[in-house]
Design a protein around this ligand. Structure first.
Ligand code: HPA
Length: 248
């Protein structure tokens, strides 16, 4: 299948794109195994958009067990060349409070033990892809422009720190991440971004801040109810933004 203008990977709290019309469902198998769930392909503001829920549509796959390779390979196999990753995150620094949308431009990877390369098949060539700018700059620019056109407030830039999960972080871990330069913390940004680069996909992140990270902001306990309510509230403008992004 071709003609897919944009593929979207949904994170915690984003299990479907309700605005997708004429939805066709594809169950895809890849050389890396099965993705987290079916791919839903439909139309959004006249553009063909594919959607995949990273944790499965019932949120059954924890961050360290997501088959990131299969998810990305499945999207590539159906003809997608551009991937918008929606990542639910905690905010660390001042500009990134709950319900903020952000388009980060850097990553620090604190994950461990995850399959983080496609270069593991016997005889495959080892790739040392450039990853200085981990998100495709042109796609980032288009996300920022789409937000401007659609009137969606978005912070341009920021450093995403990827942690192992599924537990949330300690205050000391977040304090260290702040010293390291992280603005946002999430559990799924890596190895996804690195694999996308190896697979030759254009890839960028739209981070949805669901809560203050441990010890930040008001310092209150983080609950799943708070996370989901803030993701829902912050996602109101996403269909327009995604539709506009898919157009350009
Ligand atoms: N930490 C890590 N991942 C997250 C958080 C957090 O505080 N909130 C949402 N995803």
């Amino acid at each position: 299948m071709s003609g897919i203008a944009l593929a979207v990977i949904g994170g915690t709290g984003v299990y479907r794109l309700a605005a997708l019309a004429d939805v066709e469902t594809r169950e895809v198998d890849t050389r890396f195994g099965k993705p987290s769930g079916p791919i839903r392909i439909g139309h959004l503001l006249g553009q063909k958009v594919a959607f995949l829920a990273r944790h499965g549509e019932g949120h059954s796959v924890p961050p360290h067990q997501v088959n990131y390779r299969a998810n990305l390979a499945a999207l590539k196999d159906i003809g997608a060349t551009r991937v918008l990753a929606l990542n639910t995150v905690g905010g660390i620094t001042e500009r990134f409070g709950p319900r903020v949308l952000a388009c980060p431009d850097q990553i620090i990877d604190y994950t461990w033990g995850r399959i983080s390369t496609i270069c593991e098949e016997p005889g495959s060539e080892v790739l040392h892809v450039d990853f200085g700018d981990p998100y495709t700059p042109l796609l980032r620019h288009k996300i920022v422009a789409a937000a401007r056109v659609t009137g969606v407030k978005l912070v341009d830039g920021g450093c995403y720190g990827a942690t192992q999960g599924p537990r949330l972080e300690t205050k000391a871990e977040i304090a260290r991440m702040r010293r390291d330069g992280c603005d946002l913390v999430g559990m799924t940004g890596m190895p996804e971004a690195g694999l996308a680069r190896e697979l030759g996909l254009d890839y960028a992140c739209l981070a949805i801040v669901a809560n203050w990270a441990a010890g930040c902001g008001t310092g209150e306990e983080i609950t799943m109810a708070e996370v989901l309510a803030n993701v829902e509230a912050a996602s109101a403008g996403l269909p327009e933004l995604i539709g506009e992004l898919a157009r350009g």
